[in-house]
Design a protein around this ligand. Structure first.
Ligand code: ATP
Ligand code: MN
Length: 172
């Protein structure tokens, strides 16, 4: 996990920050952009596309639908319906955010793979980066909640703290 000094440095920085774990190798062939569809995440996505172009890298888009397991245990039918609708609209919003980045990749001639998964964002992001041999994660410093007071979102904080591959945090 991040120490308080690293956290302050990362949260307070006005420029993008690249975090390289000690064990990481330096390769830029396979990039991962986790997006929640927010402005800061999409900004990171376009930055990653520019990087992919320079380094002839592949791009992977990953969006996580945050599904609360407790909610599914509910026996209230109406609640389930509302929840399913909410999840469905989340999925659609994520797909259209990905679509914008996919279109840009097509224009730039970059191979782009996209996926939407259910679960806890930082866990899915870390798993994905290990399984798909990702060389660099490019993500926003904050996302949908964008509580600027904190300057660093909790997903980014967790990914930076747990990732075994380098993370480029794009500041907004
Ligand atoms: P918090 O979620 O802690 O209230 P926040 O929404 O402002 O605050 P984060 O969620 O940490 O901040 O978002 C930071 C970055 O993490 C985003 O720019 C995006 O790159 C990534 N991210 C966040 N949520 C998801 C998600 N559900 N799927 C994929 N990537 C995500
Ligand atoms: Mn968030």
């Amino acid at each position: 996990m991040l120490g308080s000094t690293s956290y302050k440095l990362l949260a307070g920085s006005s420029v993008d920050v690249l975090i390289v774990p000690k064990t990481a190798s330096f390769k830029l062939e396979n990039l991962l952009v986790p997006t929640d569809g927010s402005g800061p995440a999409q900004k990171a996505g376009y930055k990653a596309i520019n990087l992919a172009k320079v380094f002839s890298a592949k791009l992977n888009l990953l969006s996580v639908v945050e599904v609360e397991p407790i909610a599914f245990e509910s026996e209230v039918p109406h609640l389930m319906e509302t929840l399913e609708k909410f999840i469905d609209s989340q999925r659609k919003a994520l797909a259209s955010a990905q679509e914008a980045l996919i279109k840009r990749c097509e224009l730039e001639g970059i191979s782009c793979f996209s996926s939407i998964e259910d679960g806890v964002p930082h866990e899915i992001i870390i798993d994905f980066s290990a399984k798909k041999s990702i060389d660099l994660i490019v993500m926003g410093s904050y996302g949908k909640s964008g509580i600027k007071k904190f300057l660093l979102g909790s997903v980014t904080e967790k990914v930076v703290g747990l990732s075994e591959v380098p993370v480029l945090v794009v500041k907004s």
